[in-house]
Ligand binder design. Structure first.
Ligand SMILES: [Zn+2]
Ligand SMILES: [Zn+2]
Length: 446
């Protein structure tokens, strides 16, 4: 029997208060008492789990789920589910938790929107990515059991964990996927990789043939399968633990350092998608085919956008080597490329070193121009505001290269923002200088 809306006991009211303001212990105690139902509904039809998800309280969500909270309750007045609230809160981990607990991502709210669309609407793109890339573990585990007449399962049980990690990873950069293969010794075998790749092909087929066809997931599985096949070939042919493959994927051409092999590999993988009638395939090919190699958009960015729903790459820094989001270390010489860490930087140096100096010169020229612009702007600002303190003006004249403490007129602020950009990481965070960088990756590795 479903609880009635707004029909809350004192304990339940207390629980909802505890979720927003109290501690997990408090909530736990309340959940232990007899007059508290974990799926009670407030006057808007919100369950305690919805409250916890909306308030972005991961611990509370975990506790409620442990106490049997119904993740797909759909009694909310606007048809919102806990997953929708999680998406609105912007917390990826809570979105993930809801999905793992069995949240149905296809449920629509009262205006016909899914959780993923709602999250996108409020700009929570990380949550959109998590929802669109979710694949339940049970579905993969299906392949670890022998089916039909065969005695052997298609996927050895020990490979399910490592493969699951790869397919639920939301960064589709080929180098990142090779990293994930490399980090697990169980996957570093031709036979294991072939099995994984075959299972992904089967999942791809299932996605295309099931009633509610999922082209996005099918494309993702196919693409990862292509990378695993490539890894398998390289492991067979070269005894260097995939280093040659990583190098090939990163190697930039002259003179702009564009990774041609990587671009061609991704394009070819997309083209090899076995269901040529698929709308998504046609869209991707139409977008990519007219683009000359080396121009924007890259196949990687087009594919990423199609699969994860991530729009553009403006709001965060991405690692030049592996495409991981939130990369914050800059090359200390040119300051124009970012990396996750020194490892990623070392891997890229063999090709980046060819253009690092040129980039540096370009940046310095740009900075000089920006500084001139800024000075001009400040001059204009001071002449307009004759009452401006004279100190500010003289300071900015003498300290051209320092961006701190300049005049605070809007024009000056703007100029400051621009010239600030390349150096925004503090010097101490940056991987050490040129001399350290010039080690070839292979010498310093392992
Ligand atoms: Zn990286
Ligand atoms: Zn550089």
């Amino acid at each position: 029997m479903a609880p009635k809306k707004g029909d809350l006991t004192e304990g339940e009211k207390e629980l909802i208060r505890a979720i927003s303001k109290g501690t997990v212990e408090e909530a736990g105690q309340l959940l232990g008492s007899k007059d508290v139902r974990v799926n009670c509904l407030d006057e808007h039809g919100m369950t305690p789990l919805m409250h916890a998800a909306y308030k972005a309280k991961a611990d509370m969500c975990k506790l409620l789920l442990k106490h049997g909270a119904e993740v797909n309750c759909n009694e909310h007045e606007h048809g919102y589910t806990a997953l929708m609230f999680a998406g609105l809160s912007g917390k990826k981990d809570i979105v993930w938790m809801m999905l793992e607990a069995g949240a149905d991502p296809d449920v629509l709210n009262s205006v016909g929107r899914t959780a993923s669309q709602m999250a996108a609407f409020v700009g929570q793109h990380d949550c959109v990515t998590v929802i669109n890339n979710f694949y339940p573990r049970e579905k993969l585990d299906y392949y670890t059991k022998p089916q039909g007449l065969s005695k052997e399962p298609k996927l050895p049980v020990k490979l399910a964990g490592p493969l699951y990690k790869i397919i639920t990873n939301t960064n589709l950069h080929p180098v990142k996927i090779v990293f994930l293969v490399k980090e697990n010794p169980l996957l570093m075998e031709t036979d294991a990789l072939k099995k994984c790749s075959h299972v992904l092909d089967l999942i791809c087929e299932k996605c295309m043939k099931q009633q509610d066809m999922n082209e996005v997931l099918a494309m993702k599985m196919h693409y990862i399968s292509c990378i695993l096949q490539k890894c398998s070939t390289y492991i067979q042919e070269k005894e260097d633990k995939l280093d040659t493959l990583i190098k090939s994927l990163l190697k930039g051409r002259e003179p702009d350092c564009f990774p041609v092999f990587q671009e061609k590999f991704i394009r070819e993988s997309i083209r090899k998608f076995p269901y040529c009638e698929a709308t998504l395939l046609q869209q991707l090919v139409r977008t990519i085919a007219p683009v000359e190699i080396g121009c924007d958009p890259t196949a990687f960015s087009v594919l990423t956008q199609a699969i994860t729903g991530q729009m553009g790459f403006m709001d965060a820094e991405f690692c030049t080597t592996c495409g991981e989001k939130g990369a914050s270390k800059r090359c200390s010489v040119c300051k124009l490329v970012t990396y996750c860490d020194q490892n990623c930087q070392k891997l890229h140096w063999f090709t980046h070193k060819k253009i690092c100096k040129i980039l540096k010169e370009k940046r310095e020229k740009q900075e000089l121009e920006d500084a001139k612009e800024k000075l001009k702007a400040q001059d204009e600002a001071t002449s307009e505001e004759s009452t401006a303190p004279t100190e500010a003006a003289s300071e900015s004249n003498t300290e051209l290269s320092q961006e701190t403490e300049t005049g605070d007129s809007p024009a000056a602020e703007e100029a400051k923002d621009v010239s600030d950009e390349p150096g925004s990481t503090s010097p101490s965070e940056v991987p050490t200088g040129e001399t350290n960088l010039s080690h070839a990756p292979n010498e310093s590795e392992e």
